[in-house]
Unconditional design. Sequence first.
Length: 114
Amino acid sequence: QVQLVESGGGSVQPGGSLRLSCAASGIIFRINHMGWYRQAPGKQRELVASITSDFRTNYADSVKGRFTISRNNAKNTVGLQMNSLEPEDTAVYYCNLYPNLAFWGQGTQVTVSS
């Protein structure tokens, strides 16, 4: 069965950085496009960044230039480096395939506050 385990969240001040990681199992990781999504309180879940099986990346306008998505096919992991964090980045962050499966992991909380 599919498992998606996110980690690396936390609380930081505006301007700070965090690196999220997601370990995937139960899928043939290297052939799947992957994405990071987030859901802020009272808002719908949104796609933040995606990376294709051949390492092409795409970003939401709100994070472009600040976030970097990466993948390691040898370890079945996908990462999200988040720099220059803003309070508006506060959300629960999830990884999933892109397009996403109906299944979601537990996510990891990111809180940006002074």
